[in-house]
Design a protein around this ligand. Structure first.
Ligand code: PLP
Length: 373
């Protein structure tokens, strides 16, 4: 193939990727009705509305753009991912959009449902031979054997978001808040998996000089809170998170602590309690990570009220409830893991009804110690 042809292919591929983003448009930003909070509005940025149901859609599209633009994906490249999660589903979809083969190397015990979704998007999968910690190595080796491209979301997503020239989640949030009572939010709250989303939001805030502060909510077993609080970037817990999509056993290269104002550790049972409130009371079909985010929002709104401040707070719904009906949304599953959301459920309900929140340092609602703003 002559360089001319490959440039034509690349230009067309990038046009297709951008067109996909434009076709679906921005994901919805919806107010969360909390009438007890006078003068403070809470919004949910619904990233589950992406065609593959997760904010990973945005990350993976940017990574395809970047890899095509730099010549690492060409017309006959096989794309390989190392995950049994949303990145595999989105990867399969974008590979098919560009006419490429896609293989996900998946950890043992990946839900059959996810594998079926990868297949429906036109991708293939194969189980990893070794333990979960080695999945990335196996996928990288497979990509090398095939002369393919390893879609390394932990390393590449953050830079891809910065370089792909598409609207970011922060661009969309600020645009969507323009006509609202407080168009510049006091806080944006997100979890961190690869860290790319929080890095992209933090970068946006600094570029535009917004006074908005950025909080990352962090589940149990994750390295992000201890690393941030101790200033040791190589902190590792070696334990997997139980909240899908967020929390990592080590800090990933895409996590930029310098653009984050506050990291809030959230007990897993509190995430579940907040998730149930979102479902049962607010009727928001969100995944577990949105519960973690809501718990962080409660803390920050309580602080704003204490200070007599008004304003808006935005948190992300990173994925949809559907994959979790038999896990995080099933009381049996929760109990079997030794999690007791009951003490936290009372705090969330009371907050929603009255705006009151247990003072820091008392009761189950503190969620550990934390420093910062
Ligand atoms: C991946 C993910 C996040 C965090 O996004 P990163 O950009 O990877 O840090 C948040 N919520 C859900 C549901 C996710 O899947």
């Amino acid at each position: 193939m002559t360089p001319d042809h490959s440039n034509t292919w690349a230009a067309q591929a990038i046009r297709r990727l951008h067109a996909e983003g434009l076709a679906y448009g921005p994901t919805p930003l919806r107010p969360l009705p909390l009438p007890a909070l006078e003068g403070i509005e809470v919004y949910l940025k619904d990233e589950s509305a992406h065609p593959t149901g997760s904010l990973k859609h945005r990350l993976v599209r940017a990574m395809f753009c970047q890899a095509v633009a730099t010549g690492r994906i060409t017309a006959d490249t096989t794309v390989v991912a190392a995950t049994g999660g949303a990145v595999a589903v989105a990867g399969a979809r974008f590979a098919r959009l560009l006419g490429l083969s896609f293989i996900a190397v998946v950890p043992a015990r990946t839900p059959a449902d996810t594998l079926a979704r990868v297949e429906r998007e036109g991708g293939r999968w194969q189980p990893a031979e070794g333990p979960p910690a080695g999945v990335q190595q196996e996928a990288r080796a497979l990509a090398e054997r095939l002369g393919g491209h390893f879609l390394d979301h932990f390393t590449d997503a953050e830079r891809a978001l910065a370089g792909c020239g598409e609207p970011t989640v922060a661009d969309e949030i600020f645009e969507q808040l323009r006509e609202e009572p407080h168009p510049v939010p006091a806080w944006i709250v997100t979890g961190a998996g690869t860290g790319a989303t929080s890095a992209s939001i933090g970068r946006h805030l600094r570029h535009h000089g917004h006074p908005t502060r950025l909080a990352v909510v962090d589940p149990e077993n994750s390295a992000y809170f201890p690393a941030w609080a101790s200033g040791c970037p190589d902190y590792a817990t070696g334990m997997p998170s139980r909240i899908p999509g967020i929390g990592r056993p080590r800090t990933e290269p895409g996590f930029l602590p310098t653009v984050i104002d506050l990291v809030i550790p959230v007990p897993d049972a509190a995430s579940i309690a907040a998730l149930r409130w979102l479902h049962d009371t607010a009727r928001v079909p969100a995944g577990p990570a949105a519960g973690t985010g809501l718990w962080g929002v409660c803390h920050l709104v309580a602080r704003m009220r204490e200070a007599g401040a008004r304003g808006s707070v935005v948190t992300l719904v990173g994925d949809h409830a559907d994959p979790y009906r038999n896990t995080h949304l099933d009381p049996e599953w929760v109990r079997a893991r030794g999690l007791d959301p009951a003490p936290y459920a009372g705090a969330v309900e009371r907050f929603a009804d009255t705006g009151e929140w247990p003072a820091a340092g008392s009761g189950p609602a503190t969620g550990g110690s934390w420093s910062g703003a």
